[in-house]
Design a protein around this ligand. Structure first.
Ligand code: HEC
Ligand code: HEC
Ligand code: HEC
Length: 391
């Protein structure tokens, strides 16, 4: 299935670039409608370079989605006549704003994804003995049977204390550019060190984790297999590497929306297609873009006294800024926002439109966008959901 999806993705991308230019398939969905037309741009800029830097500026200002092929489009515009008529009609146009989810996220050079490492990482993810109390595992708060989170307003950890923030899902987390609501960890490896030690979560220490694991022969054997050529492989660094490797397999590329992006026109209902249009037209796509619908950037969202990114950078400009969360599987990860303050998806959509876009949505538009977001629910791989036998 994975191989099939990858092949499909490549075919689709190949076809997109071969049959019509980037300008036509991507840029012209906005330009000529809600943004300057091709003719206006060509009148204003004299070289591809000038146009490109103006585009980059707009992206920086959050006026335009990032990760588009601006360079290619700029060259197209200046080199050959561009057919301006959209090649596709209706909702077909809107597909081009989105990126299908690849089967796997980027794999870091120093943490290869091997089957035995993934198997070990899975056991560690489910093992409560990594916590001081022997009661709490990653799966306690990121339950893979219920969408990779805990469906609580804010999570309860060691001694049922809370850190005051809502647990995001671990599904597709390998695709995020930074981890945590405030982006304080750059990678999944760095991320995993946090909850293991946080006193409101697992309240452990690197020493305690290693000491406990070394007493369990099956773990010692698995660490040896997962990290060959290492003399003493049962280390805290390798614990987080194995967990991160497992997390990189928690991907859900098989949602109705993903099937739609890969070419199945009937995978979405008419209402979901309407919702997809509104999602683009209202500008949600400006921040919720890329394969998991997160730009990985920080945006102001004041909800309570949590100052967000400011806590990490101490830069006053970052006060109340939070990283855009992914939206895959969002229909099953209520409640919403960093403080879990929105109970329903409808409420979250309304508040987003108000606070991020200054728009008040009608109930009917909210319902359509909600239907669209529901199409982002995929299937957690069975292997990951099956609770492992712990040694
Ligand atoms: C989701 C809609 C959208 C898409 C897709 C999009 N743009 Fe834009 N773009 C805009 C908007 C809106 C503006 C105007 C922003 C403003 O006025 O501040 C803009 C501005 C620009 C500008 C700067 C114009 C100026 O006068 O400074 C350039 C250049 C540009 N876009 C190029 C591109 C290219 C090339 C692509 C395709 C790779 C593209 N855009 C795709 C919405 C979009
Ligand atoms: C007590 C509940 C709890 C436990 C146990 C827990 N987490 Fe979390 N997790 C959270 C909360 C709450 C956040 C958000 C905290 C923040 O952003 O400040 C989070 C954030 C994350 C993120 C970031 C996702 C994103 O969208 O940024 C990942 C990945 C993650 N946890 C993985 C793990 C792993 C792996 C473990 C086990 C080693 C673990 N968590 C244990 C509650 C928990
Ligand atoms: C300017 C950037 C931006 C725009 C535009 C934007 N969002 Fe968001 N979105 C965010 C950020 C940042 C958060 C996290 C807020 C928080 O909890 O601190 C978020 C959170 C969400 C959530 C909650 C996800 C979760 O897991 O808790 C949903 C749902 C959502 N947005 C949908 C939308 C919709 C629908 C639109 C358009 C009407 C939209 N967003 C427009 C940046 C944006």
């Amino acid at each position: 299935m994975r191989k099939f999806l990858v092949a499909m993705t490549l075919t689709l991308m190949g076809a997109t670039f071969a049959s019509a230019g980037v300008w036509e398939t991507t840029c012209s969905n906005c330009h000529g409608k809600i943004a300057p037309s091709k003719e206006q741009l060509l009148a204003k800029f004299r070289t591809p370079k000038e146009l490109l830097s103006a585009a980059k500026k707009k992206v920086k200002e959050g006026r335009m989605p990032s990760q588009l092929a601006f360079g290619i489009a700029a060259r197209e515009l200046f080199s050959k006549p561009v057919r301006t008529a959209a090649i596709t009609k209706g909702t077909q146009d809107f597909r081009k704003f989105f990126t299908p989810l690849p089967a796997l996220p980027p794999i870091p050079k120093d943490n290869s994804l091997t089957p035995v490492k993934v198997k070990l990482g899975k056991m560690l993810y489910y093992d409560p003995r990594l916590s001081r109390s022997n009661l709490i595992s990653c799966n306690t708060c990121h339950n893979l049977a219920i969408g990779g989170d805990d469906n609580l307003k804010s999570s309860r950890g060691d001694h049922w204390r809370t850190g005051g923030r809502n647990a995001p899902t671990t599904l597709n987390s390998g695709f995020l550019r930074v981890q945590f609501w405030d982006g304080r960890a750059p990678t999944l490896e760095e991320q995993a060190k946090g909850p293991l030690q946080a006193h409101v979560e697992m309240n452990s220490t690197p020493e305690l984790v290693v000491e406990r694991l070394k007493k369990i022969p099956t773990y010692v054997k698995l660490f040896k297999e997962a990290f060959p050529n290492e003399k003493d492989p049962v280390t805290f660094e390798n614990v987080v590497k194995a967990i991160a490797a497992f997390e990189r397999t928690l991907n859900t590329p098989n949602s109705p929306f993903q099937r739609y992006l890969l070419g199945d026109d009937n995978a979405l209902t008419p209402v979901q297609k309407e919702g997809m249009k509104l999602f683009v037209k209202y500008g949600c796509i400006a921040c919720h873009n890329g394969p998991v619908l997160s730009d990985g950037m920080f945006h102001r969202f004041k909800s309570n006294d949590d100052t967000g990114r400011y806590r990490v950078t101490k830069n006053p400009a970052d006060k109340y800024k939070f990283r855009t969360p992914q939206l895959l599987n969002v229909a099953v990860t209520a409640p919403y926002f960093h403080d879990g303050s929105a109970k329903t998806l409808g409420e979250a959509i309304k508040r987003m439109a108000q606070q991020e876009l200054g728009k008040t949505l009608s109930d009917s538009d909210v319902e359509k966008i909600k239907a669209f977001l529901e199409s982002l629910t995929g299937e957690v791989p069975l292997e990951a959901r099956t609770v492992p036998q712990l040694p």
